[in-house]
Write a protein that binds this ligand. Structure first.
Ligand code: HEM
Ligand code: HEM
Ligand SMILES: [Fe+2]
Length: 440
């Protein structure tokens, strides 16, 4: 590695591996609970498992974004992070807050707002931690005379993600107001500023892996930023259809969110075009597979499956069912999980000096996890469609329907085994890479 402070990225990536593995365990706890094997219920009831599963996801993705920034920004700006000690402190603080929240969920200390379950006092600590992170990355860019588009888009995405955490902390007793602002965090993260972070990391990977000129790659990045803002901001309206907000959201949300897949389509076309222009990389084909895979699977999971339930006429039937879980899994996997696994695959040989990236184990990790996740998505889809039909068209009782669709969760568990085998292989390969290079 060129800059010694890049090493801190390794520890962020190691935390990703740990939290991701834990997330999967909680996925299985829920999967088994869904087929009646809910033996852990007294200690880990479904709601605690669900909050833990999704919060671990968000936490490891954030750790992944932070690690990526610590890795990418020194190289893009040709300078070091101002204090590596503060960067380590920031990681430790993040992990401590995360662990405290997860333990809290098991003792019913949580806020009960999907994805924003972290108890309020801990929210403030998250804010302080993220401010420190933004300061470290911001100062690196600020002090350097070299400011690339990739680094600026990455920084802007991270800064906006930090600012958008705040609306989720507005105190209110009103359910509609609470839900309204919750979406400023949840939606404007995954369908707004995280897309900027994704575009920037994709750009970086494509520049490094394809060898195509930076000017060409970064021009595309502007187009993606444009599409994202054009559709994603007012697209928030697809969550305002039936929560007590004015009727005009039906139209605004429908029209603008229907345009959102364009940004993801743009990213897929962009990655494929750059790969064709530059040719396959010589020494890290697996990182290229994750990069291309990310651009394509995010289009399928977020763009295509998002579109499938975004129009108000459809959403009035599917809202809050397993159709949402179907989309949530493939979208998060394709766009953000694959992205982080891609940058880890790219960075590990450079951070550790060992060339294990194109191993059979890593290739198995890629295919098994992807095929497994597609199969999981299908299982959720079938369960979700059956649920909508039985519960909302026929009018069967909620719990009776849950019993009826139990069998699809057997399919989910089988698919999840394939998926987990792939992730286990990835983590194993990560461990085999060993520690980062010393004295560098
Ligand atoms: C990578 C990007 C995306 C991710 C990670 C993602 C993930 C999710 C998740 C986790 C939920 C459930 C949220 C909750 O109920 O709290 C959700 C809901 C939803 N998403 Fe996405 N999504 C993405 C992009 C999109 C796009 C591009 C569209 C539209 C074209 C879309 C349409 C929807 C709709 C309509 C809902 C509401 C479902 C309901 O009413 O229950 N999503 N998404
Ligand atoms: C072993 C693998 C996994 C299993 C068995 C699993 C299972 C589940 C189950 C049963 C739920 C609750 C659905 C419900 O409300 O009944 C859930 C929720 C969720 N999982 Fe997973 N999961 C796994 C891996 C993942 C991965 C890798 C991701 C992200 C990349 C993910 C993202 C989510 C999200 C976003 C939700 C919330 C969905 C919503 O808002 O409706 N899961 N998972
Ligand atoms: Fe949304």
């Amino acid at each position: 590695m060129k800059y010694k402070t890049q090493k801190v990225a390794y520890w962020f990536f190691a935390v990703c591996m740990l939290l991701f593995s834990l997330q999967i365990i909680y996925g299985f706890i829920m999967g088994f609970a869904r087929i009646g094997m809910d033996n852990l219920h007294e200690i880990i009831p479904f709601n605690a498992a669900r909050a833990t599963h999704t919060n671990l996801l968000v936490m490891w993705l954030l750790a992944g974004f932070m690690g990526s920034a610590y890795y990418i920004v020194p190289e893009e700006t040709e300078s070091e992070i101002p204090s590596i000690k503060l960067a380590y402190l920031q990681l430790i603080a993040l992990v401590l807050v995360g662990v405290t929240s997860i333990i809290g969920f098991h003792f019913n200390w949580w806020e009960g707002r999907k994805f924003l379950e972290i108890p309020r006092p801990l929210d403030f600590l998250v804010v302080v931690d993220v401010l420190l992170f933004i300061y470290l990355i911001g100062m690196t860019i600020w002090k350097s005379p070299k400011k690339t588009t990739t680094a600026m888009v990455l920084f802007f995405g991270l800064l906006c993600a930090a600012l958008l955490y705040l609306p989720g902390m507005i105190p209110t007793d009103n359910q509609t107001v609470d839900s309204y602002f919750r979406w400023w965090v949840v939606h404007l993260w995954v369908e707004g500023v995280w897309e900027l972070i994704m575009g920037a990391i994709l750009s970086y990977l494509l520049i490094k892996l394809t060898g195509v000129d930076r000017e060409v790659i970064e021009k595309w990045l502007y187009v993606i930023v444009g599409f994202t803002f054009l559709s994603g901001i007012l697209g928030t309206g697809h969550h305002y259809y039936y929560i007590g907000t004015p009727k005009y959201w039906l139209m605004i949300g429908g029209v603008f969110s229907a345009l959102e897949p364009l940004a993801f389509l743009g990213m897929a076309v962009y990655a494929i075009a750059m790969m064709r222009k530059g040719g396959k990389p010589q020494d890290n084909k697996t990182a290229m597979a994750w990069t291309l895979g990310c651009s394509v699977m995010s289009f399928v999971g977020a763009g295509f499956l998002g579109f499938a339930h975004t129009l108000p006429q459809v959403n009035m039937w599917t809202h809050g069912t397993l159709v949402t879980a179907m989309h949530g899994h493939l979208a998060f996997w394709g766009a953000y999980a694959m992205l982080i696994l891609g940058i880890i695959t790219y960075a590990m040989p450079i951070l550790t000096g060992r060339k294990l990236q194109d191993s059979k184990l890593n290739s198995f990790a890629f295919w098994s996890s992807n095929i497994g996740m597609i199969a999981m998505t299908v299982a959720f889809a079938i369960a979700g469609i059956a649920q909508v039909y039985l519960e909302r068209k026929i009018g069967m009782d909620f719990l009776a329907v849950q019993k009826e669709i139990e069998v699809h969760f057997v399919g989910l568990i089988l698919a999840a085994c394939l998926f987990s085998a792939g992730i286990f292989a990835f983590v194993w390969n990560f461990i085999k890479f060993g520690m980062p290079i010393k004295n560098n």
